[in-house]
Design a protein around this ligand. Sequence first.
Ligand SMILES: NC(=O)c1ccc[n+]([C@@H]2O[C@H](COP(=O)([O-])OP(=O)(O)OC[C@H]3O[C@@H](n4cnc5c(N)ncnc54)[C@H](OP(=O)(O)O)[C@@H]3O)[C@@H](O)[C@H]2O)c1
Length: 278
Amino acid sequence: MKATILGASGLLGKVLMREWQGDEVVGLGSRDVDIRDASGVRQMVETTRSDWIVLAAAYTNVDDCESHPDLALAVNRDGPVNVARAAQQTGAKLLFLSSDYVFDGRKTSPYETGDARNPQSIYGRSKAEAEVRLLEVLPECCIARTSWLFGTGGKCFPDTILKLAETRPALDVVDDQRGCPTYTVDLARAIIALCRKQARGIVHVTNAGDCSWFEFAREIVKSAGLKTEVRPVSSQQVARPAPRPAYSVLSPKSLQHYGVAMPAWHDALQRYLQERNR
Ligand SMILES: NC(=O)c1ccc[n+]([C@@H]2O[C@H](COP(=O)([O-])OP(=O)(O)OC[C@H]3O[C@@H](n4cnc5c(N)ncnc54)[C@H](OP(=O)(O)O)[C@@H]3O)[C@@H](O)[C@H]2O)c1
């Protein structure tokens, strides 16, 4: 099998390149191909002739997307449509990374793949619209929705918390948003398994279990052996440009259908801390 990773220089892409063994894998960043450029994308797909394209490239700064909606939609919606059209022409299969932010967060039980999209932010809208368009252009594509990514090799929540905890006596962290933290290593392994199993349709891929950002931060600080106090606050007290869903826990049923199990986020956090200390 041959695979192309788009977004290979990103938090997830780097780990996908490292974890994907035993197949021929090509990794491309935005300097190699800008997914907004339809003809460049077509040329790249024709040249690489991969069995699978994993589309991890995106404009991922959720708050900046609010002030740059045109850029967000161009990169996160129109770019993936360019990739899907090119894949459709060459017969390549496509796995697209999407987000829990396609949901409005009003549910109180885990979101299933068929639940209605109702994004609250520009980033969420760009991902939701991409999903709809991709399923029209390439109905057999695989859409892997994930959430709250963390890993080494880039900016992520645990890294930010640890850096702040080293210099501050107390940290205020929001306690009214609940989701599933997901370690890039576990996500990468699941993505590789899904490609090998010829997955199609929408699949939810997160570490097992859920928590609030406050609970996640408290566990990060405790696991690192730091004494910093972590205090729960409401989203209103820490206003940010983009609204986030209050509850975006993704059900694992669609992933279990493919016989793929994800470790608990507590376990993933311990492995992340070990990797970060190496
Ligand atoms: N991070 C999260 O918490 C989270 C949660 C849910 C879903 N996701 C999704 O998971 C995927 C991976 O996220 P990540 O955190 O690994 O992202 P990331 O670290 O921000 O990396 C983004 C990647 O996209 C590339 N890229 C950006 N604009 C591009 C363009 N116009 N053309 C081609 N490539 C472009 C970047 O390339 P350069 O570095 O070369 O510019 C980089 O390789 C994304 O689809 C994201 O939306 C992430």
